[in-house]
Design a protein. Structure first.
Length: 281
């Protein structure tokens, strides 16, 4: 069976570059589709407390027949749990739901600048890593300034930064900041939203060239530019299709054509909240 390539964190650990995300998947459905993802070849699963499906993911892990060494699990601390002691408590609750003793990757879900607890929260993640409960630690939905503050005030560089990232919103500056500081970039909503990207004529022409689907071409683009990518689907055929994107090899011309779809300069492209101002519990 084909397996995902891996990328190496700044702490020496590795992460499968292609993973499976379970945002907006109900708990009982998550159990079924994560099993299907394992059967398709995925070994990297991305969940979060706020998704409400850590327990379902945990049941899928327990029934998979796979050892902890064969899989890579990420979950995330929710905004209402930020703060040093509350982070430690929330982590244990997530681990109970997942049924795990050690977590591969723990992320701060949002920076929450108005709340201004993310440095103390980061210190708690550092402590969890020191205790051996988490192998690697990172963040999600930060700004470059927020990342720099974590580094300056703790001396510990996040292993990865998970952000909204797709061809219409390619986040070049944040990716470059991450690369300059040894931080991997991970893409959520990697296929955009609403189907517009998958119907784009540029993507469609490249898909025809490679006898691939539009989704496979976009996933292959993420892989080609060095992103960790976590496409989500609850349809078994599409789960298999997404994993098969590993077999699609884009050339430099393809990558540049997709790079040209970026809408950041026009002020368009972003789908989700802006981490610089987001403030929600």
């Amino acid at each position: 069976m084909t397996s995902s390539p891996t990328l190496t964190f700044n702490d020496g650990n590795t992460i499968p570059q292609l993973g499976y995300g379970v945002w907006q998947v109900e708990d009982d459905v998550a159990e079924k589709v994560v099993r299907q993802a394992f059967e398709a070849g995925f070994r990297h699963i991305d969940t979060a407390k706020i998704y409400g499906n850590e327990a379902g993911v945990g049941r899928a892990i327990a029934s998979s027949g796979l050892s902890p060494e064969q899989i890579f699990i990420t979950t995330k601390l929710w905004n209402a749990d930020q703060g040093y002691e509350s982070t430690l408590a929330a982590f244990e609750e997530s681990m109970d739901r997942l049924g795990l003793e050690t977590l591969d990757l723990y992320l701060i879900h949002w920076m929450q600048p108005k709340q201004d607890k993310y440095v103390d929260t980061w210190k708690a993640l550092i402590e969890l890593q020191k205790r051996g409960r988490v192998k690697s630690i990172g963040v999600s939905n930060f700004t470059a300034e927020g990342l720099q503050r974590l580094i300056d005030e703790t001396g510990v560089v996040p292993a990865i930064h998970q952000i909204e990232l797709h061809p219409y919103f390619s986040q070049r500056e944040l990716r470059e900041f991450g690369a300059a500081n040894g931080i991997l970039t991970q893409a959520w909503s990697p296929l955009g939203q609403g189907g517009e990207l998958l119907q784009d004529t540029t993507v469609a022409s490249i898909a025809a060239k490679h006898q691939a689907t539009a989704a496979q071409v976009v996933i292959a683009w993420h892989l080609a530019i060095g992103n960790v990518v976590i496409p989500k689907s609850v349809t078994e055929s599409r789960i298999k299709e997404n994993f098969a994107a590993l077999e699609v090899s884009l050339d430099a011309q393809d990558v540049e054509a997709i790079n040209g779809l970026d809408r950041t300069a026009s002020g368009e492209g972003r789908i989700g909240p802006d981490p610089a101002v987001s403030d929600f519990a």
